[in-house]
Design a protein around this ligand. Structure first.
Ligand code: NI
Length: 185
Protein backbone atom coordinates (compact mmCIF):
# COMPACT_ATOMS: atom_id res chain seq x y z
CA UNK A 1 0.00 0.00 0.00
CA UNK A 2 1.30 3.43 -0.94
CA UNK A 3 1.36 5.80 2.04
CA UNK A 4 1.20 9.60 1.84
CA UNK A 5 4.52 11.31 2.60
CA UNK A 6 4.66 14.02 5.27
CA UNK A 7 6.03 17.39 4.16
CA UNK A 8 8.29 19.85 5.99
CA UNK A 9 6.07 21.80 8.38
CA UNK A 10 4.36 18.61 9.59
CA UNK A 11 5.13 18.27 13.32
CA UNK A 12 5.92 14.54 13.13
CA UNK A 13 9.08 15.35 11.16
CA UNK A 14 10.39 17.38 14.12
CA UNK A 15 9.73 14.82 16.86
CA UNK A 16 12.37 12.50 18.26
CA UNK A 17 10.96 9.12 17.23
CA UNK A 18 10.24 6.30 19.71
CA UNK A 19 12.07 2.95 19.78
CA UNK A 20 10.30 0.06 18.05
CA UNK A 21 9.28 -2.79 20.35
CA UNK A 22 9.43 -6.40 19.16
CA UNK A 23 5.68 -6.78 19.52
CA UNK A 24 4.79 -3.67 17.54
CA UNK A 25 1.66 -4.70 15.59
CA UNK A 26 1.99 -5.32 11.85
CA UNK A 27 5.59 -4.14 11.72
CA UNK A 28 6.39 -6.19 8.61
CA UNK A 29 3.40 -4.76 6.82
CA UNK A 30 4.53 -1.22 7.69
CA UNK A 31 8.03 -1.99 6.37
CA UNK A 32 6.62 -3.46 3.13
CA UNK A 33 4.44 -0.36 2.69
CA UNK A 34 7.43 1.89 3.30
CA UNK A 35 9.49 0.09 0.63
CA UNK A 36 6.60 0.33 -1.81
CA UNK A 37 6.08 4.04 -1.03
CA UNK A 38 9.82 4.80 -1.34
CA UNK A 39 10.12 3.09 -4.74
CA UNK A 40 6.95 4.64 -6.11
CA UNK A 41 8.27 8.09 -5.23
CA UNK A 42 11.79 7.26 -6.52
CA UNK A 43 13.48 7.80 -3.17
CA UNK A 44 16.59 5.96 -1.96
CA UNK A 45 15.54 6.10 1.67
CA UNK A 46 12.39 6.64 3.71
CA UNK A 47 12.05 7.03 7.48
CA UNK A 48 8.88 6.14 9.42
CA UNK A 49 8.17 9.80 10.42
CA UNK A 50 7.92 10.50 6.68
CA UNK A 51 4.82 8.32 6.59
CA UNK A 52 3.48 9.87 9.78
CA UNK A 53 4.72 7.17 12.16
CA UNK A 54 7.02 8.38 14.93
CA UNK A 55 9.15 5.22 15.23
CA UNK A 56 12.88 4.53 14.97
CA UNK A 57 12.72 2.73 11.65
CA UNK A 58 13.81 3.46 8.10
CA UNK A 59 14.20 1.67 4.77
CA UNK A 60 16.97 2.18 2.22
CA UNK A 61 17.54 1.09 -1.36
CA UNK A 62 20.85 2.71 -2.30
CA UNK A 63 21.13 0.96 -5.68
CA UNK A 64 20.27 4.09 -7.76
CA UNK A 65 23.03 6.04 -5.96
CA UNK A 66 25.89 4.70 -8.06
CA UNK A 67 26.58 4.18 -11.76
CA UNK A 68 29.65 2.11 -10.91
CA UNK A 69 28.75 -1.50 -11.72
CA UNK A 70 31.78 -2.62 -9.68
CA UNK A 71 30.31 -1.03 -6.56
CA UNK A 72 28.23 -4.09 -5.77
CA UNK A 73 27.94 -3.07 -2.11
CA UNK A 74 25.96 0.06 -2.98
CA UNK A 75 24.16 -1.68 -5.89
CA UNK A 76 22.76 -4.29 -3.52
CA UNK A 77 22.32 -2.17 -0.37
CA UNK A 78 18.68 -2.74 0.47
CA UNK A 79 17.91 -2.60 4.17
CA UNK A 80 15.13 -2.17 6.71
CA UNK A 81 16.79 -0.67 9.81
CA UNK A 82 15.05 -0.85 13.17
CA UNK A 83 16.32 1.05 16.23
CA UNK A 84 19.48 2.06 14.35
CA UNK A 85 22.54 3.58 16.01
CA UNK A 86 25.54 5.36 14.59
CA UNK A 87 28.37 4.02 16.73
CA UNK A 88 31.22 5.97 15.11
CA UNK A 89 31.80 8.59 12.45
CA UNK A 90 35.06 8.44 10.49
CA UNK A 91 36.74 9.71 7.34
CA UNK A 92 36.83 13.12 5.75
CA UNK A 93 33.86 15.44 5.76
CA UNK A 94 32.51 15.50 2.23
CA UNK A 95 29.83 17.47 0.42
CA UNK A 96 26.94 15.87 -1.47
CA UNK A 97 23.87 17.34 -3.10
CA UNK A 98 21.01 15.94 -0.99
CA UNK A 99 17.29 15.93 -1.45
CA UNK A 100 14.40 14.54 0.60
CA UNK A 101 10.92 13.31 -0.29
CA UNK A 102 9.62 15.50 2.57
CA UNK A 103 11.16 18.60 1.00
CA UNK A 104 10.07 18.26 -2.64
CA UNK A 105 11.91 20.17 -5.32
CA UNK A 106 14.87 21.26 -3.20
CA UNK A 107 18.43 19.95 -3.46
CA UNK A 108 21.27 21.43 -1.43
CA UNK A 109 24.88 20.55 -0.63
CA UNK A 110 25.30 18.99 2.80
CA UNK A 111 28.63 18.14 4.43
CA UNK A 112 28.87 14.89 6.40
CA UNK A 113 31.58 12.40 7.40
CA UNK A 114 32.28 9.90 4.60
CA UNK A 115 32.06 6.86 6.88
CA UNK A 116 29.98 5.47 9.74
CA UNK A 117 29.94 2.35 11.83
CA UNK A 118 26.33 1.43 12.49
CA UNK A 119 24.14 -1.04 14.35
CA UNK A 120 20.51 -1.86 13.66
CA UNK A 121 17.95 -4.63 13.83
CA UNK A 122 16.41 -6.08 10.69
CA UNK A 123 12.71 -6.85 10.37
CA UNK A 124 13.22 -10.21 12.13
CA UNK A 125 14.98 -8.39 14.99
CA UNK A 126 18.40 -9.80 14.18
CA UNK A 127 21.19 -7.41 15.15
CA UNK A 128 23.56 -6.22 12.39
CA UNK A 129 26.76 -4.22 12.61
CA UNK A 130 28.13 -2.67 9.44
CA UNK A 131 30.81 -0.24 8.31
CA UNK A 132 29.53 2.08 5.59
CA UNK A 133 31.35 4.56 3.36
CA UNK A 134 30.31 6.78 0.46
CA UNK A 135 26.67 6.64 -0.75
CA UNK A 136 25.45 4.12 1.83
CA UNK A 137 26.98 6.15 4.70
CA UNK A 138 25.37 9.27 3.27
CA UNK A 139 21.85 7.86 3.07
CA UNK A 140 22.13 6.13 6.45
CA UNK A 141 23.06 9.44 8.12
CA UNK A 142 20.26 11.30 6.32
CA UNK A 143 17.65 8.72 7.37
CA UNK A 144 19.01 8.55 10.92
CA UNK A 145 18.58 12.31 11.22
CA UNK A 146 14.86 11.89 10.45
CA UNK A 147 14.51 9.83 13.65
CA UNK A 148 16.01 12.73 15.61
CA UNK A 149 13.64 15.27 14.06
CA UNK A 150 16.41 16.71 11.88
CA UNK A 151 16.05 17.53 8.18
CA UNK A 152 18.90 17.99 5.69
CA UNK A 153 17.88 21.62 5.29
CA UNK A 154 19.04 22.19 8.90
CA UNK A 155 22.55 21.21 7.83
CA UNK A 156 23.13 23.39 4.78
CA UNK A 157 25.48 26.33 5.17
CA UNK A 158 24.25 29.42 6.99
CA UNK A 159 24.07 31.63 3.89
CA UNK A 160 22.18 29.03 1.83
CA UNK A 161 19.85 28.41 4.75
CA UNK A 162 18.85 32.08 4.76
CA UNK A 163 18.35 32.02 1.00
CA UNK A 164 16.06 28.96 1.05
CA UNK A 165 14.00 30.05 4.07
CA UNK A 166 11.08 31.41 2.05
CA UNK A 167 11.17 28.45 -0.27
CA UNK A 168 10.78 26.12 2.71
CA UNK A 169 7.79 28.14 3.95
CA UNK A 170 6.20 27.81 0.53
CA UNK A 171 6.85 24.06 0.43
CA UNK A 172 5.24 23.68 3.88
CA UNK A 173 2.16 25.44 2.47
CA UNK A 174 1.92 22.96 -0.38
CA UNK A 175 3.37 25.20 -3.06
CA UNK A 176 5.38 22.59 -4.95
CA UNK A 177 4.98 20.08 -7.73
CA UNK A 178 4.97 16.44 -6.81
CA UNK A 179 4.20 13.14 -8.39
CA UNK A 180 3.45 11.23 -5.19
CA UNK A 181 0.84 11.35 -2.44
CA UNK A 182 1.71 13.87 0.26
CA UNK A 183 0.39 14.98 3.65
CA UNK A 184 0.94 18.55 4.78
CA UNK A 185 -0.16 19.10 8.40
NI1 NI B 1 14.75 12.63 3.89
Amino acid sequence: MILPITIIGNAVLRKKADPVSKDYPELKELIANMFETMRKSEGVGLAAPQVGVSLRLFVIDASPMTDDENDTFTKTFIRACINPEIVEFFGNKVGYNEGCLSVPGLHEDVTRPDGVKVKYYDEDFNLHEETLTGPTARVFQHEYDHLEGVLFTDKVGLLRRKLIKNKLVNISKGKFEHTYKVKLN
